[in-house]
Each structure stands twice: as C-alpha cells, then as structure tokens.
Design a protein around this ligand. Structure first.
Ligand code: ACO
Length: 402
C-alpha cells in the first residue's frame, strides 16, 4: 500500500512511539512521571516509525544482544521489541514495511539473527521467524508436595531488597548464563528498562551453593482468597528462575514451597526438560498446564549462523534454503559434522527460512518438520542424517522477556 513512509525514528520521537505501543497493547497511557522513568532506556537507535499524513502510525524497535547457539558460541543478534501499528491503520501493510526495513537494517549492522516474543502466533512466520524455543507452565500443589529423600538438598536462600537486586542480579545472570542455546545476553538497556519494572512487582531470592551464588528466582504472590474461601492462601507466580544446575533449581523450589500461606506455586515458561515433578514422592503434584511458544528466531545471515553452531555425527547433507525477503541467504549449504560450506550441488532437503529457525537451536528435528510437509525431502536417506546432524542433546530455552 502507499500513503505512508517508513524511516528511522528521529530524536524526540521516542515518546510518541512508546505511547503508540502502549495503546496497541491496551496498556494505560503513560504519565509524564512514567515516561521520565523510562526515557533513558528509549534511545532512538534501532527504532523505526511509519508515518502517514505527518503522524506516526506504526513502530518497531530492537536492541543488540548475543544469542547462545548449540555448541557453546554466541552470535550477534537483534532482540526485536516494541512492534505496533495504530488500530486505525492495521492490515494495510504497515507492519510488513516496518519488518522489511528492520531486517535490512539488522543485516547491515552485522546481526546474524533476530529474535522476539510474539503477542500472537500468526504474525511473524511470514517474515521468516520460526518458533525456536518453547516453555511449559508448571503448577505445584503445595499441600501434597513432599520432596523425595534423594532429591538434591543443601545450600541456602536469601531474599534481596530491590536495591540489592538491582546491584547483584546483572552480575549473577552474567555468571550463570548463557548456559544453554536460546538464552540471550542482557545488555545495560535491558537492565535499565525491563528489570526495574520486574523487580518493582516481584520478590527476589538468591540461592547460594558450595561455589557461591548459583541461582535466583523472581516471584510474586497472587491472592487466591475469596469470600467463600477465606483460607485459600496465595499462589506464588514465578517470573524468572535461573540457576547453574539442578541443585540450585531444587533449592529454589524448596524455598518457594516453604513460604507460609502459599497453596501453590505456578511457573510459566520453564524449560521443557526441567524435571521438577521427579523431585517429589508423588510426581503428580507437579502438573504441566500448558506449553507455549517462547523465542521466535529469524536467521539473518544464514552462512554465519550455520557456521556458528555445532553439529552431531552423521553423513553430510545438502540443504536448500529459500529466503524471499533476504535473498542473499537463498542457496545450498552442505552441513557436515566438521562444518558448513555453501555449495552448487543438488540438495537433499529443501526448506524455508522459517523452518530453519525452528530447527536451528534444536527445538524441532528435521524429520518432524518433514513429516508435517514443512521440509521437502528430495533424498529420503538424508532425513535421518539431518536429524543426527541437527540434534543438540539439550533443550533450548530463552528465559528473558523483552
Ligand atoms: C515483538 C513484539 O513486539 S510482539 C507485539 C506485536 N504488537 C501487537 O500485537 C500490538 C497489536 N497489533 C498490532 O499493532 C498490529 O495488528 C500488528 C503489528 C500485529 C500487525 O500490523 P499490520 O500493519 O496490520 O500488519 P500488515 O498489514 O503488514 O499485515 C501483514 C499480513 O499479516 C497479517 N496479520 C497481521 N497481523 C495479524 C494478526 N494479528 N493476526 C493475523 N494475521 C495478521 C495480515 O492479515 C497480512 O496478511 P496478508 O499479507 O495475507 O494480507
């Protein structure tokens, strides 16, 4: 559609963009005071606006970070946020134009990947993003929860005051992450913008093991009491839990389940392989309520992304990747345990950039996507080989909201 232009935001346009976003997300309009508090995290850098008749009608932003990929390396990545189009200008191609500008800008900056958390699962596939990590929501009923005698024990937990949390958590996160594919670095901008809002609404507890601080949890109480059930107590809702290992994870769960006046602990967006149920004498006290998409991944520089991750043992496979929005990525890549090279060879498997995002961190196997018709199989023997090559041995997890 014509009738609007997309350009980088100019200095002074951060607040209208922030208000546009808030309105699109049905958030209350920020007061001058709210804006004062947030302004320092709202640099114009990496932000775009769409303008029609002199007014901003859409916006999209990102911040630069590092994404952990299989094998232990990180790649430069854009964490995309603040995407919105004014309600009176939706479905006219404004987001499509913003995404195009943003992707080209990220490529020019040298970002190897872009990632985001989606408000709706129907928006971003068309721009090449695929679901690359998922999270499960756990609910543990405290009344019946008894830890097994052989469950890890030890360590201690201390509560932090908000000022202590501001001071201590950046260093602690830095030290214990990224420990698995899908985690992102948290730049100062994230700590200035997202963290204060989270800490204002949550309690923060840190676990200390034999080697020092090795995990932390942010949680808030939710009142379950009603007129009919005045003794229902509270639920503790976990916003974040990061730890170096199962001992620290267990220590933090022991702490949460030991807080008085608590009926249940609910933890959304946990790693799919976190074995909380197995800690209890009755594993059914821990229910998986749902599994949701978490991080959406869009590879921007396919050769660099494929070269950055490790591969399992297996016969080499030639993938043909199609990326209509960033055609420089389209082509054939030979993947082998030793590495990746761009080739002019007949492909064994053909897939789109969205599907490559889905399997890149190890969340989905090529065989699964092929069985759903999302990978075209030209040589059937290549499919088990691709499954082995792309297997990671760990479940990807993001754990940072933005
Ligand atoms: C990373 C984040 O920040 S997530 C937050 C995203 N923002 C929001 O959810 C705020 C509320 N929603 C909005 O502001 C807008 O609806 C947006 C940004 C999601 C979409 O903006 P639009 O300008 O309407 O998108 P655009 O017109 O470019 O749509 C492109 C295509 O996607 C489809 N599409 C866009 N949004 C949606 C949606 N929410 N659900 C289903 N389809 C959608 C359109 O129908 C269109 O399809 P077509 O090409 O087949 O015709």
């Amino acid at each position: 559609m014509t009738g609007f232009e997309v350009r980088p935001l100019a200095e002074g346009e951060q607040r209208p963009a922030f208000e546009l976003l808030g309105r699109a997300l049905h958030a209350p309009r920020p007061t001058d005071e709210d804006w004062e508090q947030r302004a320092r995290a709202h640099a114009v850098d990496r932000k775009f606006g769409a303008f029609a008749e002199g007014r901003m009608v859409g916006t999209a932003g990102s911040f630069g970070t590092e994404l952990a990929v299989p094998g232990g390396k990180t790649v430069p990545a854009a964490a995309v946020d603040g995407v919105a189009v004014r309600a009176d200008h939706t479905r006219r191609g404004v987001l499509t134009a913003l995404m195009g500008e943003q992707l080209r800008d990220c490529v020019a900056r040298g970002d190897v990947a872009a990632c985001l958390h989606a408000s709706e699962a129907t928006i971003y596939g068309r721009f090449g993003y695929g679901v690359a990590t998922r999270g499960k929501t756990l609910r543990v009923h405290k009344g019946r929860a008894r830890f097994r005698d052989d469950a890890p024990a030890g360590g201690r937990v201390r509560l932090l005051e908000p000022e202590e949390a501001h001071e201590q958590l950046p260093g602690l996160y830095e030290r214990i992450a990224p420990y698995r594919p899908g985690m992102i670095g948290r730049p100062p901008r994230w700590w200035h913008w997202a963290h204060p809002r989270i800490v204002a609404q949550h309690h923060v507890a840190v676990h200390t093991g034999p080697a020092g601080d090795d995990g932390f949890v942010l949680y808030r109480p939710e009142d379950l009491r009603t007129f009919e059930q005045p003794g229902a107590g509270s639920a503790l809702v976990v916003r974040e839990l990061h730890a170096t290992g199962v001992e620290a994870v267990t220590g933090l769960w022991r702490y949460l389940l030991n807080v008085d006046l608590v009926a249940e602990v609910r933890a959304p967006a946990r790693p799919l392989d976190e074995p909380i149920g197995l800690l209890f004498t009755d594993p059914r006290v821990c229910q998986v309520e749902r599994i949701d998409d978490s991080l959406w991944l869009r590879l921007l520089d396919v050769p660099a992304a494929l070269a950055a991750r490790s591969y399992g043992e297996g016969e080499p496979v030639v993938l043909e990747v199609a990326d209509p929005m960033l055609p420089a990525n389209s082509g054939c890549y030979r993947i082998s345990p030793g590495g990746v090279e761009r080739v002019e060879a007949a492909p064994s498997l053909r897939l789109g950039i969205e599907e490559l995002g889905m399997l890149y961190l190890g969340d989905r196997a090529p065989g699964l996507l092929a069985s759903l018709g999302r990978i075209e199989v030209l040589r059937p023997e290549a499919l088990p080989a691709a499954d082995t090559l792309f297997a990671t041995g760990s479940v990807p997890f993001c754990g940072t909201s933005f």
